[in-house]
Design a protein around this ligand. Structure first.
Ligand code: 5AD
Ligand code: SF4
Length: 451
């Protein structure tokens, strides 16, 4: 993007989850009102923001080495007579606080996820010569209320944060510490944002929350509204034709939410429902508060409500105390469920979490288990994609592909679909034939009906 001469250049690098992607968009919108336009490279930026993730090991170290590289860019810019300011946001900012400025004095701003609305003020102070500022407490005012309204979007899809934080305290996870306690935005605020996005051409909304299906926001009558009811309300917004939500916890998969997958056509048949392990012993040690069997029975109920639902999950191998037998239970659960796709990780001890001090599974064992598990998940993913070949699917075209005349869209099952299609179909939902699969996407063609 070209920036006007009186505007400053902002480069944001986003790590980690979709919540951070959403937050980075809100940060960019809020800094736009403070005179900053977003650019695609850091080299000549006036302000570089790193929106960080702390979920797995070495996150902080990665940020420090990234800051080292930015320092070189800042030095180069200084030699050209310019100035580059640097901010660190997100969960590493929350966890490390002032330590970041101590280790890398280049940093001007450290701001935790609950304080982004304060950024324009902090930047004002910075520009007036203030020393490095660190803001990691949880301000009393409502961040979402204080942030500027959503700017119009180029894409027909958008994230909408409805819930933040987590009260579950899984023994491996830093989220309850970095993002704080569960908080649900009031329905009226979410509806206003949904309407605004729809008016700017958004057709698919993904509702975000660290524990999104624990959503319990305040409704118009002062009562509490759950996620299923919220989805029903959003489905009534003109222009919104697809709704997704992520990430869910098995224990919050309520009957009405499962039912919504039957009655609410706009609710897409895709569900990310992490189980982490298939061993009851490990699940207990992880403080997940459900067994492997309970999860499998839950999946059966969800499939009864929506037989074609594509399931996704998260798995951790090598949690402290995990034996070969425990690992075999995880593999058995994977076979019983059948995932359309999934994410998997080696356990990584996070300072301050209950499992961090326990005796660790040797690294080679973690590596071996991860390879076995990922191979099986990959087989399942390929088989799911192959089953799609020969079918027709409605695809929402989101962007241009690399090839001439190619558009890239999303299937209901969240797969990328590459199709030769006229640009006029951008932002449209079009029925396409699925012809072939490649590594992580599908190749499709327009049907006789659509051309
Ligand atoms: N080690 C490895 N993976 C983790 N996750 C969360 N904490 C850890 C950790 N300490 C994974 C979980 C979670 C996903 C977002 O990240 O699988 O669902
Ligand atoms: Fe972390 Fe567990 Fe909360 Fe998910 S449910 S954010 S894994 S503590």
């Amino acid at each position: 993007m070209n920036t006007a001469p009186d505007r400053k250049k902002l480069f944001i690098k986003t790590y980690g989850c979709q919540m951070n992607v959403y937050d980075s968009e809100r940060i960019a919108e809020s800094l736009s009102t403070a005179g900053y336009d977003t650019v695609n490279t850091p080299d000549d930026a006036d302000l570089v923001m790193l929106n960080t993730c702390h979920i797995r090991e070495k996150a902080a170290e990665k940020i420090y080495s990234e800051l080292g590289r930015i320092r070189q860019l800042a030095t180069a810019k200084k030699e050209r007579g310019g100035e580059m300011r640097v901010g660190v946001a997100g969960c590493v900012a929350q966890a490390e606080g002032a330590e970041i400025v101590r280790r890398q004095p280049l940093v001007d701003l450290v701001v935790g996820p609950q304080a982004y609305h304060r950024l324009p003020g902090m930047i004002g102070e910075m520009e007036n010569g203030a020393a490095a500022q660190v803001l990691t407490d949880f301000p009393a005012e409502d961040k979402f209320e204080a942030l500027p309204k959503r700017a119009p979007r180029a894409a027909p899809t958008a994230f909408l944060s409805v819930q933040e934080g987590c009260d579950k305290f899984c023994a491996f996870c830093v989220v309850p510490y970095t993002r704080g306690a569960e908080f649900s935005r009031p329905v009226s605020q979410i509806m206003a944002e949904a309407r605004r996005l729809a008016e700017s051409g958004v057709r698919e909304l993904t509702l975000l929350g660290q524990n999104v299906n624990a959503y319990h926001g305040e409704g118009a009558d002062g009562g509490t509204v759950a996620l299923a009811a919220l989805c029903h309300e959003i489905a009534g917004v003109d222009g919104i034709e697809r709704i997704r939500y992520t990430t869910s916890h098995p224990n919050d998969m309520s009957d009405d939410l499962i039912e919504a997958h039957t009655s609410l056509e706009v609710l897409m048949p895709y569900l990310h429902l992490p189980v982490q392990s298939g061993s009851d012993r490990v699940l207990k040690a992880m403080n997940r508060k459900h067994t492997g069997d309970e999860y499998i029975r839950l999946i059966e109920r969800i499939r009864a409500a929506r037989p074609d639902i594509a399931l996704s999950g998260d798995f951790i191998v090598g949690f402290p105390g995990e034996t070969d037998a425990d690992f075999r239970d995880t593999m058995a659960l994977i076979d019983a469920v059948g995932y359309a796709q999934a994410y998997s990780f080696k356990y990584s001890p996070r300072p301050g979490t209950p499992a961090a001090g326990a005796e660790q599974v040797p690294e080679e064992v973690k590596d071996e288990r991860l390879a076995i598990l990922q191979a099986r998940l990959r087989e399942q993913q390929v088989s799911f994609m192959q089953d799609c070949v020969g079918t027709q699917m409605p695809v929402l075209f989101e962007k241009k592909g690399r090839e001439d005349g190619q558009l890239i869209g999303r299937s209901p099952y969240l797969q990328s679909v590459f199709v030769q299609a006229p640009e006029t179909m951008m932002r449209e939902i079009v029925t396409v034939n699925i012809d072939a699969i490649s590594t992580n996407s599908l190749a499709g063609s327009l049907t006789d009906h659509t051309v």
